[in-house]
Design a protein around this ligand. Structure first.
Ligand code: CMC
Length: 438
């Protein structure tokens, strides 16, 4: 007898129902048959913030939050971070397999061929204020790019889909670098397809008058590793946004712009910027105990700590800590690392954090490296967005090919007023409005 089922007894009707269990999950639609009568809509689940709801089936990223495991297409993140280039990992995420050397050469060329922007995008960027936040610039320019390519809406065509994917991956560093230079008032540096993905980005950011910018190999490798660590993280807030917006058949540029908007929030990718501000505010090790007290009193959050899924050390934070030391060999030590290490030590031995299983996440140490490399804090989330574009697009394409795909459309529990009759404006009182919370 198949025992992979769940038997539910509805105490309202005394009826029993058997629903299948697959991958430790029951289908919410199987509950719809549970009714008190023919007029009853049927049982739903209520899960604000999707704490316990699988929204899709995915073969891209595996995450075990209790064990602190992260794998892309089955490969442990530690091995990929040590041995791969970012574009190699991008190929893996999008295609399911690591590339051969010929495939990788061809893929590198394809992506780097698409790094150039239309000159009108440059003009579009000129319209931003000198102090515009780079994430706002990124959201809008990525959305604006959808208007430059007439084929962008042809999402049913596999070749066309791939073309948009390569365009987006190629152009993200250029958009990010242009937003950086725009703020500084420096002339834009155009992409150099002879360089690697990260070296080209660094060239566009930091080249001044020298004929050829030579990125420090330790720093460009560090950026490569950071990009690999940020490339995908299954159904997080921005990826879920990507899938939800994409499910309406919106074009991938508009969809990616929506995902970038989700990433910009301080509870998600924006946390790396907040961590730096927090470390600056703490200022020195002596102030840490008082700061921790404020966190425990609920007056503020320890940014870069805690995660919806990881209830163990985030494996990405472990790798980033090592990379930080390598970067400091070149740049000199960023003194904030010592405050961060002490904060981590104190937090991990404190009952408040132990009880809630709060550990450093990917954002806790990344900003310290970025700052040592010369980035300003408002650029940090952009540095998250460039590599995550690969994950968003891999997840978007997987969704497009999913035979179960439908437009994302959750249900609600209505808690508003019952039916009532219209009141003419002359007869309405303040009291009436207060009653309905207007
Ligand atoms: N500092 C202090 N307390 C915290 C923190 C924190 N960083 N994170 C969670 N808690 C507490 C929270 O107050 C709650 O306590 P109580 O049970 O007494 O009410 C408990 O821990 C559970 O937290 P939660 O808010 O229910 O957890 P969540 O899964 O809804 O939120 C989170 C996850 C990442 C939004 C949250 O941990 C947080 O706000 N962290 C700080 C922001 C941050 O670092 N975000 C980056 C996340 S990782 C990369 C990414 O996704 O971009």
């Amino acid at each position: 007898m198949d025992n992979h089922t769940l038997t539910i007894t509805d105490n309202r009707t005394q009826k029993s129902y058997e629903v299948p269990i697959s991958h430790g999950t029951i289908r919410a639609m199987d509950l719809r048959q549970i009714k008190t009568g023919p007029e009853d809509f049927g049982l739903m689940t209520y899960d604000p913030a999707f704490m316990n709801t699988a929204s899709c089936q995915s073969a891209i990223t595996y995450l075990d939050g209790d064990a602190g495991i992260l794998r892309y297409r089955g490969y442990p993140i530690e091995q990929l971070a040590e041995k791969c280039t970012f574009l190699e990992v991008a190929y893996l995420l999008l295609n399911g397999e690591l590339p051969t050397s010929d495939q990788l050469d061809e893929w590198n060329c394809r992506v780097m061929r698409h790094t150039m922007l239309h000159e009108n995008v440059r003009k579009f960027m000129d319209g931003f204020h000198h102090d515009a936040h780079p994430m706002g610039m990124l959201i809008s320019t990525v959305a604006a790019l959808s208007t430059f390519y007439p084929d962008v809406r042809n999402i049913a065509d596999a070749r066309c889909r791939r073309k948009q994917i390569v365009r987006l991956i190629g152009k993200m560093p250029t958009l990010a670098a242009f937003s950086y230079r725009h703020r500084l008032g420096r002339p834009y540096v155009y992409p150099d397809p002879d360089l690697s993905y990260t070296q080209n980005y660094m060239n566009m950011l930091w080249r001044k008058t020298e004929p050829k910018y030579a990125a420090n190999p330790v720093l460009s490798r560090a950026l490569e590793v950071l990009f690999i660590l940020h490339a995908d993280h299954e159904q997080n807030c921005s990826t879920s946004t990507m899938r939800a917006v994409g499910s309406s058949n919106a074009d991938p540029f508009s969809t990616t712009a929506a995902a970038i908007a989700a990433l910009s929030g301080p509870l998600h990718g924006g946390a790396n910027e907040e961590v730096l501000r927090m470390l600056d505010e703490v200022g020195s090790k002596e102030h840490i105990p008082a700061f921790i007290e404020q966190v425990k009193e609920g007056k503020r959050k320890l940014m870069g700590f805690g995660h919806r899924v990881y209830k163990n050390y985030d494996p990405r934070a472990r790798i980033i800590k090592q990379v930080a030391e390598e970067v400091f060999e070149v740049t000199g030590r960023n003194p904030r690392i010592d405050i961060a290490l002490e904060l981590e030590k104190i937090a991990l031995s404190d009952e408040y954090f132990i009880k809630r299983k709060l550990y450093p996440n990917v954002d806790f140490y990344s900003g310290i490296i970025y700052q040592a490399m010369g980035f300003t804090p408002d650029q940090f989330t952009v540095l998250f967005g460039i590599p995550r574009t690969v994950g968003w697009l891999a997840q978007w394409e997987e969704m497009m090919l999913d035979p179960e795909r439908k437009i994302a459309r959750p249900r609600q529990i209505y808690t508003g007023a019952d039916k009532r009759d219209f009141v003419p404006i002359t007869l309405r009182s303040v009291h009436d409005r207060e009653l309905v919370g207007a």
